[in-house]
Design a protein around this ligand. Structure first.
Ligand code: PRP
Ligand code: URA
Length: 206
């Protein structure tokens, strides 16, 4: 299911990031902050389990998260979302998937994958600021499923309808969370109006 997190703070920060004159420092900082705000919304319906604890005054029944959380950023740009979410969920473990998109064919190519051992029982959040054709997210979801992941959410900043459609059709059970759903892809596979190349803007490589 597609969830677009329409929240004034998220939309405001995203507007700052989208602007062509937003430099690397402000881009990274706003991405960090949005990722944290998104984490709060995304975890809203996560399963909890009953636990018995002892306060300084007495015993009580209360609740904790039922499953561990594993963040899986798609390199490079997904790395920019890790710290903001970890600020809220410091116990989250982090796996990594290295994918780059061929600029001609737009096909994703895998160059790295490493996951924590609790992946099959954890709530897995795949992180990537951009969901364009959906090829990279599709490949990342397929890879974590092959490694045993069962509870998967896809968390992106900006999505195109083409990418959303692809994930909904290849992985219909995966919930998709976006800060914004944009209009379309251009003929080079960039999201319009989008924010340009997320990896380059985070790491200052262009
Ligand atoms: C970008 C982006 C996604 C992918 C989206 O990464 O961060 O991973 O493209 O496009 P898609 O939905 O059409 O697959 P890129 O391949 O540019 O690598 P980078 O993060 O290293 O810059
Ligand atoms: N990757 C990006 O970084 N930006 C886009 O608009 C599309 C793919």
């Amino acid at each position: 299911m597609l969830n677009v997190l329409n929240h004034p703070l998220i939309t405001h920060k995203l507007a700052v990031m989208r602007a062509v004159d937003c430099g690397t420092k402000d881009f990274r900082q706003n991405l960090d902050e949005i990722a944290g705000l998104m984490a709060y919304e995304i975890t809203r319906n996560m399963p909890t389990k009953k636990v018995r604890i002892t306060t300084p005054l007495e015993d009580m029944d209360t609740f904790k998260l039922a499953r561990d959380i594993v963040l899986v950023p798609i390199l490079r740009a997904g790395l920019g979302m890790v710290d903001g979410i970890r600020a809220l969920i410091p116990t989250a473990k982090v796996g990594h998937i290295g994918l780059y998109r061929d600029e001609e064919t737009l096909e994703p190519h895998e160059y790295f994958a490493k996951f924590p051992s609790n992946l099959p029982d954890a709530e897995v959040m795949i992180l990537d600021p951009m969901l364009a054709t959906g090829g990279s997210a599709d490949a990342a979801i397929t890879l974590v499923k092959r490694r045993g992941a069962r509870f998967i959410r896809l968390v992106c900043l900006v999505g195109a309808p083409e990418g959303v459609k692809r994930i909904e059709s290849s992985h219909p059970e995966v919930d998709i969370f976006l800060a914004a759903l944009d209009d379309k892809l251009n003929d080079k596979g960039y999201i319009m109006p989008g924010l340009g190349d997320a990896g380059d803007r985070i790491f200052g490589t262009k």
